[in-house]
Design a protein around this ligand. Structure first.
Ligand SMILES: [Fe+2]
Ligand SMILES: [Fe+2]
Length: 305
């Protein structure tokens, strides 16, 4: 029997602060309203009406310290509980302030989602989604690095022949010219820095068709070695993009959409003005707009299965 069609939307980099805390960090202006718009679209007639689930790709909350992480995660969890469809999380650095594998910092995430929601798999029609926690790249301990690799290899080896969509907060592959991206993002975590993940992908990742990540707060897609890496800006930062993924029996189709223009806040752009005194371009993106949003073939594409 042919697998049924499954459609999901990805929520990443919401940086929501749905409840205030005494230690609350200054977040992204308008982030709560944009996150709420996204969740509200699952209602009948909304832009996400009919999706089978929401896939999280990290940085749901802004956090920055343990007290605020606890408060913001609890408030987020309450909002997620009112969604009409399941929400499948992926841990981002803002959920744990880069402390991947540290039980104290991971406690709010565990309370919200469970200890088994860091590295796991869920079916998605003819494919499956595998989720890997790489939220602490560069800061990661040797012990967690080893555990993470083993989890990744276990997920890659399970169910051979089933096409896999990997979701991890920090992209494995750069979606802009490497040196330019490192400069425009301004943090060392502009891509996952632990090379053993790429080795595992090359040696045991033949079923992986697509990698979906966030973290960069820009939108782009690049192909390398037959794998496509998609990154979307998410809702907090301009240009406020999110993807909708449709898995049919014979293809994975990706469509990147933008939030309504009235919700846009250009001051939230991380890769150009006003954060820097200049905007950025690279070899395939000759304008600042193309650098932030990606070219047309990065925003809509189909992968045959
Ligand atoms: Fe983020
Ligand atoms: Fe992030």
């Amino acid at each position: 029997m042919a697998a049924k069609t499954v459609r999901f939307a990805v929520a990443n980099d919401l940086h929501a602060q749905f409840a205030p805390s005494a230690t609350m960090h200054t977040g992204y202006p308008g982030a709560n309203a944009r996150a709420e718009w996204f969740f509200s679209q699952t209602k009948p007639g909304g832009a996400l009406d009919g999706v089978d689930f929401i896939m999280g790709a990290g940085d749901f909350i802004h956090g920055e310290n343990l007290a605020s992480i606890g408060t913001e995660m609890a408030a987020l969890k309450e909002r997620l509980g009112r969604l009409p469809v399941p929400f499948h999380p992926c841990c981002g650095n803002h959920e744990v302030r880069q402390q991947e594998g540290d039980t104290a910092w991971e406690a709010p995430y565990v309370r919200a989602f469970g200890a088994d929601r860091f590295d796991y798999a869920i079916p998605a029609g003819a494919a499956e989604v595998i989720v890997l926690n790489n939220a602490g790249t560069y800061h990661v301990t040797a012990a967690r690095r080893e555990a993470r690799l083993e989890n990744f290899r276990r997920l890659l080896r399970a169910r051979p022949g089933v096409p896999k969509i990997l979701v991890c907060h920090i992209p494995l592959l750069p979606v802009r010219d490497n040196a330019v991206l490192r400069e425009s993002f301004g943090f060392l975590s502009y891509k996952a820095l632990e090379v053993e993940l790429l080795d595992a992908l090359e040696l045991e990742g033949r079923d992986v068709q697509l990698i979906i990540s966030g973290h960069l707060h820009l939108t782009g897609m690049a192909e390398s070695g037959g794998v496509r890496q998609l990154v979307t800006s998410g809702t907090a930062s301009f240009p406020h993009d999110y993807p909708v993924v449709t898995v049919t029996p014979d293809a994975i189709a990706v469509e990147v959409r933008s939030l309504p223009a009235e919700l846009h806040e250009p001051r939230t752009n991380l890769h150009g003005r006003p954060r820097y005194q200049k905007d950025y371009t690279d070899s395939a993106h000759p304008t600042a707009d193309a650098y932030l949003r990606g070219n047309a073939d990065e925003r809509a594409f189909t992968i045959p299965l």
